[in-house]
Design a protein around this ligand. Structure first.
Ligand code: ADP
Length: 468
C-alpha cells in the first residue's frame, strides 16, 4: 500500500471533495424539496378549505354534512367538521378525532376569532403525519362551524426516502469512481514514480548505467528523461574524475621519481665531480618548479570549474597587454630564431576584462606557439570586427591533425606527451586558457594544419561603457 500512496492520496482527495460537496448538497436538496412539498400541500389545502367553507355557508348544509366523507375521499384528504361549541360532529377518517369530543381550546378560540389555523399534526393512534388547515365559517357574522382538513404528508417522506436512496446510490458510485481513479493514478502516476524512485536509488548507489524506460510526452516523461541525463552526466563526470586522478598521479610521479633519485644520489655522494653535482641540483630545481606550476595550475583549474575563480573585471588597454606579452616571450623566440610579429589596429576601444588573466592567456598561447614551432614566425594581431575584439596568435609550427584538435582543450591532453613534457608543458595550459576566456564572456577557436602551423582565435564583445 505504501508504494501507491500518491494514487491513494489523490483518490481519497477526489472522494473527499465529492463527499464535501455531496453531503451539504443532499441536505439542502432534501430541505428544499420538503419545503416545496409542504407549501404546495398548504396552498392546496387552503384552497380546498375555502371551497368547503363556501359550501358549508350555503343553505343545503345538511347535504354537505352527508357528502363530506365522499368529498374527502375524492380529494385524497380527510375532513373533520366542528360545531359552534368546538365539538366534532363529522369525521371522514382521522382516527383520533372522535365524533362528540371537543377539539383543543386554543384552536377553537383562534377559529372563533375568524383565523385560519394550520399545523403539522401527527396522529397518536396511527403515527401518520398530516398537514392540517382549519377554517371557520360564519353565518350572520356569527361563528357557526369550522372545517379541519388533513392531508397526509407521508408522500413527501416517501419521496425523501427515495431521494435519500438515490443519494446513497450516488455516494456508492462515487466510491467506485474513486477506486477507479486510484487504480488509474496508480498506473499513470504512482507506478512510474515508484520506478523512478527505484532508479534514482540505484543511481545513488553508484550504478550509473541505470536508465528509466518511461516514454511519455508529459511531466513524468520529462522527469524520466532528466533522471537518465543525470545518470549519463554522473557517469561522464565519474569517468572524467577517474581519468583526472590517474593523470594527476602520473604527472606527479615523474617529477617525484626525479626528485627522489637525484636527492639520493646527492645524499650518498654518488657523483664524480662538482659539475655533475650542480647538474643534479639543477634538475631537482627544475622538477620542483614544474611541480609548483602543476599544483598552481590544478588549483586554478579547480577554482574555475567550481565557478569560484576571482576575476578583477575593469577597463583595460588590451593593446598594451598583448604588446607586453609579446615582448616578454621575444627572447625565447629569438633563441629559436623565430620572428615575433604584432599587428594592432590603431585606436582600439577599451577592453572590459581582467588584465592579469588576459596576460596569462596571451603568454600561454605565445609560449605554446614558440614551443611547437621550429622555424618561421609567430603573428599576433588584434582587430575589431562586428563589434568584437578578435585576437589571433598564428604560428608556422608543427600543426595538428583535425582529430587531435578536438581534444586540445581537455585537461592533460597532449598530442605528443613526451615531447610536451620535455618542453616543460603540463598539459593543463589550454584547459586553463579556455576556462579563462569563457569566464570573461569570450570564445576561443583553433585552426591547424599538420606541418603548416596553428592559429588560435579569441573573440570578446566590445562592451558599452555605459552598461558597466
Ligand atoms: P602543454 O603543456 O602540453 O603545451 P597545452 O594544454 O598548452 O599543454 O596544449 C595541449 C597540447 O596541444 C599540447 O601538448 C600540444 O600537443 C598541442 N598544442 C598546443 N598549442 C599548439 C601549437 N601552437 N602548435 C601545435 N600544437 C599545439
Amino acid at each position: 500500500m505504501k508504494r501507491n500512496r500518491v494514487a491513494l492520496k489523490l483518490g481519497l482527495t477526489i472522494f473527499l471533495i465529492v463527499l464535501i460537496l455531496f453531503i451539504p448538497y443532499s441536505i439542502i436538496l432534501e430541505g428544499v424539496y420538503r419545503n416545496y412539498y409542504i407549501n404546495q400541500t398548504k396552498t392546496n389545502l387552503l384552497q380546498l378549505s375555502e371551497r368547503y367553507a363556501e359550501m358549508l355557508s350555503t343553505p343545503s348544509t345538511m347535504l354537505m354534512h352527508n357528502m363530506l366523507p365522499m368529498m374527502a375521499q375524492f380529494t385524497n384528504t380527510d375532513a373533520v367538521l366542528i360545531n359552534t361549541q368546538g365539538i366534532i360532529i363529522q369525521n371522514s377518517g382521522v382516527p383520533s378525532y372522535k365524533v362528540g369530543t371537543p377539539i383543543s381550546r386554543d384552536e377553537l378560540f383562534e377559529m372563533q376569532q375568524g383565523k385560519v389555523i394550520e399545523s403539522l399534526y401527527t396522529d397518536p393512534e396511527t403515527n401518520h403525519t398530516f398537514f392540517m388547515v382549519g377554517r371557520p365559517t360564519f353565518k350572520m357574522k356569527q361563528f357557526s362551524e369550522a372545517i379541519l382538513i388533513f392531508s397526509p404528508i407521508n408522500g413527501v417522506e416517501r419521496s425523501i426516502r427515495y431521494l435519500q436512496r438515490a443519494m446513497l446510490l450516488t455516494g456508492f458510485i462515487t466510491i467506485l469512481v474513486a477506486i477507479g481513479l486510484i487504480l488509474f493514478f496508480t498506473r499513470t502516476l504512482s507506478r512510474p514514480l515508484v520506478i523512478m524512485e527505484k532508479a534514482t536509488k540505484q543511481i545513488a548507489k553508484g550504478d550509473l548505467d541505470t536508465r528509466v524506460n518511461l516514454f511519455s510526452g508529459d511531466e513524468i516523461g520529462s522527469l524520466a528523461q532528466a533522471i537518465n541525463e543525470l545518470a549519463m552526466d554522473l557517469k561522464k563526470y565519474r569517468d572524467n574524475r577517474n581519468e583526472f586522478f590517474a593523470n594527476i598521479s602520473h604527472e606527479l610521479r615523474t617529477p617525484m621519481t626525479y626528485l627522489d633519485g637525484y636527492a639520493n644520489v646527492l645524499k650518498n655522494g654518488l657523483y664524480e665531480s662538482e659539475e655533475e653535482k650542480q647538474q643534479y641540483l639543477q634538475i631537482i630545481m627544475e622538477e620542483t618548479k614544474r611541480l609548483r606550476v602543476l599544483i598552481d595550475d590544478l588549483f586554478d583549474l579547480s577554482k574555475m570549474e567550481e565557478g569560484k575563480f576571482p576575476l578583477n573585471m575593469e577597463w583595460v588597454d588590451i593593446a598594451e597587454i598583448v604588446q607586453q606579452a609579446v615582448k616578454q616571450v621575444k627572447p625565447k623566440a629569438a633563441e629559436k630564431g623565430i620572428h615575433m610579429k604584432l599587428k594592432i589596429l590603431d585606436s582600439l576601444p577599451l577592453f572590459y576584462g581582467d588584465g592579469l588573466r588576459m596576460q596569462q592567456i596571451m603568454l600561454n598561447l605565445l609560449d605554446n606557439a614558440i614551443r611547437y614551432t621550429e622555424h618561421g614566425e609567430i603573428n599576433t594581431a588584434i582587430r575589431i570586427v562586428d563589434q568584437e575584439f578578435r585576437i589571433t596568435v598564428r604560428d608556422t609550427g608543427i600543426g595538428m591533425e583535425p582529430d587531435q584538435l578536438r581534444s586540445i582543450f581537455d585537461r592533460f591532453y597532449r598530442v605528443e606527451p613526451s615531447r610536451s613534457r620535455a618542453l616543460g608543458g603540463s598539459g593543463l595550459g589550454l584547459a586553463i586558457v579556455e576556462k579563462l576566456v569563457l569566464i570573461q564572456g569570450g570564445t576561443i577557436e583553433v585552426e591547424s594544419e599538420l606541418g603548416k602551423g596553428t592559429a588560435f582565435h579569441l573573440r570578446f564583445k566590445v562592451e558599452d561603457k555605459r552598461d558597466k
